[in-house]
Design a protein. Structure first.
Length: 234
C-alpha cells in the first residue's frame, strides 16, 4: 500500500511539473503573435501614485466573465480575490511589467501588460526565475512603449510649434497693421508737405509783389510830398 501511494504521489508530481512547464512555454509564445492579437494600443495611461493592483481590477472582472483558461485568467481571478501581494511593477507608457506573489503556495506570477490587460503571464515557484522573467518583461515593455512615447513627445512638440506659430502670426498681423498705418500717415504727411511748399511759394510771390507795391507807393508818397513842399515855397 505504501509503495502504491508513493507511486501515485510521484505520478501526480510529474503531471504537475509537465503542466507548469507547458504554462511557461505558452507564456513565451512569439511577441508578434501576441501583439497582433491585442490590437492597437489605447492612449498612453499615466501610472497611479501607488501602482497598486487596483489598476487591474476592472480588467479582472472582464477576464472572469470571459472564463479564459490559462495563467492570464488565473492571475486575474487571484487579483479579483485579493490573494496576491504586489512585489514589483514597471510602467513604460501604455505598457508595463508586474511581479505578484501568492504567499500561501509560494507562487510568483510575472505579467506583461498593455494598458490594464495582461497578455503574457509566467507562473513560477522559483524566485530567481521570476525575477529574471520580470526583468525581461520590464525591458520588453520599455521597447514596446518607445513608439508611443515618441509619438506623445512629437504631439507635444507639434502643439508647442502651433502655439508659437499662432503667436508669431498674431504679431506679424499686428506689425502689418502698424506698418500700413505708418505708410498711410507717411503718405499724408508727404502730401501735406508738398501742399505747404506750394502754399509757401505762392505766399512768397505775394510777399514780393506786396513789397514792390509798397516801394512804389513810398516813392509816390515821397514825390507828392516833395511837390507839396515845393508849392509852399513858391
Amino acid at each position: 500500500m505504501k509503495h502504491a501511494s508513493l507511486s501515485t504521489l510521484l505520478n501526480a508530481l510529474f503531471v504537475a511539473v509537465i503542466a507548469l512547464g507547458s504554462s511557461v512555454a505558452m507564456a513565451y509564445q512569439p511577441v508578434g503573435t501576441l501583439l497582433s492579437a491585442t490590437g492597437p494600443a489605447d492612449p498612453i495611461r499615466q501610472p497611479t501614485a501607488n501602482g497598486s493592483m487596483d489598476d487591474f481590477q476592472d480588467a479582472s472582472d472582464a477576464a472572469s466573465n470571459a472564463q479564459t483558461p490559462g495563467n492570464v485568467s488565473e492571475l486575474m481571478q487571484m487579483i479579483q480575490a485579493h490573494k496576491l501581494t504586489e512585489l514589483r511593477i514597471t510602467y513604460n507608457g501604455n505598457y508595463g511589467a508586474a511581479l505578484f506573489f501568492y504567499p500561501q503556495d509560494m507562487v510568483y506570477y510575472v505579467a506583461l501588460f498593455q494598458d490594464k490587460n495582461f497578455w503574457r503571464v509566467v507562473k513560477s515557484q522559483d524566485d530567481a526565475r521570476a525575477e529574471t522573467v520580470y526583468a525581461q518583461f520590464a525591458r520588453k515593455s520599455y521597447a514596446l512603449a518607445e513608439g508611443e512615447i515618441k509619438r506623445t513627445q512629437l504631439q507635444a512638440q507639434k502643439a508647442l510649434l502651433e502655439r508659437v506659430i499662432a503667436v508669431s502670426n498674431d504679431r506679424a498681423q499686428r506689425l502689418t497693421t502698424d506698418l500700413s498705418i505708418a505708410r498711410a500717415q507717411e503718405s499724408e504727411v508727404s502730401q501735406r508737405q508738398q501742399q505747404m511748399q506750394v502754399e509757401s511759394a505762392a505766399l512768397l510771390n505775394e510777399k514780393s509783389a506786396a513789397e514792390r507795391k509798397l516801394l512804389m507807393l513810398q516813392r509816390q508818397v515821397q514825390q507828392l510830398q516833395d511837390q507839396s513842399e515845393a508849392g509852399l515855397v513858391q
